[in-house]
Design a protein around this ligand. Structure first.
Ligand SMILES: Nc1ncnc2c1ncn2[C@@H]1O[C@H](COP(=O)(O)OP(=O)(O)O)[C@@H](O)[C@H]1O
Ligand SMILES: [Mg+2]
Length: 231
């Protein structure tokens, strides 16, 4: 479904992504972990075309979309929920979703989103600024889903959320995946990552240095954490 091969990207002279390889088979959740500043956000931005990669391939169902303009990447079926959510504070929940809907959603029409996120249903008429952090994150995901994506890129969705809310988020991500959405999840929350991901990868200095199933990861968790994740 989504395969990133040898992806390189630069910010000016700074060589941030140094040959990133990630594979996300259809209907699975892959999670990329890593310390701050290693290139996780840059990876999703490069996939999305927000930072054109300098080389490498981004294969979506076998088609190389590397370097496509963001709107084309979106139209090809990739949706992106950025770090920090970026919802419109002065628009209501429903309006936030509506502005993202370019054409009537087929797979994820409004009523289905409201089923998926009961908390948003209750808050449908509330403004973005009146929502809790968890509700804002749910709204950001709902907004991404109205484009009926095949692949969803989530950048640190659990950031700043209480453990219970993060758990609810994990439940929703699992449901989405069961309903056919393929997910590339960036996380710093190890517990959440282990709970939802089919595959875990660790990035260090713009490269994937470790990849495992959650079971394999658990077996060498202490060593891996000390080596790659602790600051
Ligand atoms: N807009 C930018 N211009 C220049 N350098 C950037 C920019 N955004 C990020 N960087 C640098 O690229 C590296 C990777 O950043 P990022 O992908 O945001 O890391 P992560 O998401 O893993 O914390 C960091 O060294 C960061 O300082
Ligand atoms: Mg980041």
């Amino acid at each position: 479904m989504l395969a990133i091969e040898g992806l390189n990207a630069h910010y000016g002279a700074s060589h941030v992504l140094q040959g990133v390889d990630i594979e996300v088979p259809a209907g699975t959740i892959a999670c990329v972990l890593g310390r701050n500043g290693v290139g996780k956000t840059t990876t999703v931005r490069a996939i999305m075309g927000l930072l054109p990669p300098s080389s490498g391939r981004v294969l979506l169902d076998g088609q190389d979309i590397a370097g496509w303009a963001p709107h084309r990447v979106a139209r090809a079926g990739v949706a992106y929920v950025p770090e920090g959510r970026l919802i419109f504070p002065d628009l209501t929940v429903i309006e936030n979703i509506r502005v993202a809907e370019r054409r009537p959603a087929k797979t994820w029409p409004l009523h289905r989103l409201m089923e998926l996120f009961p908390a948003l249903h209750e808050r449908a008429g509330n403004k973005g600024s009146q929502l809790s952090g968890g509700e804002q994150q749910m709204l950001a995901i709902a907004r991404a889903l109205v484009s009926d994506p095949k692949v969803l890129l989530l950048d640190e969705p659990s950031q700043g959320l209480a453990p219970l809310v993060a758990r609810e988020l994990a439940r929703v991500i699992r449901l989405l995946c069961r309903d056919g959405v393929t997910v590339l999840l960036i996380e710093q929350n190890l517990k959440l990552a282990e709970e939802v991901a089919d595959r875990l990868a660790i990035m260090v200095k713009g490269r994937i240095v470790y990849s495992a199933t959650p079971a394999m990861f658990r077996a060498d968790e202490d060593a891996v954490r000390r080596r790659y994740l602790m600051v």
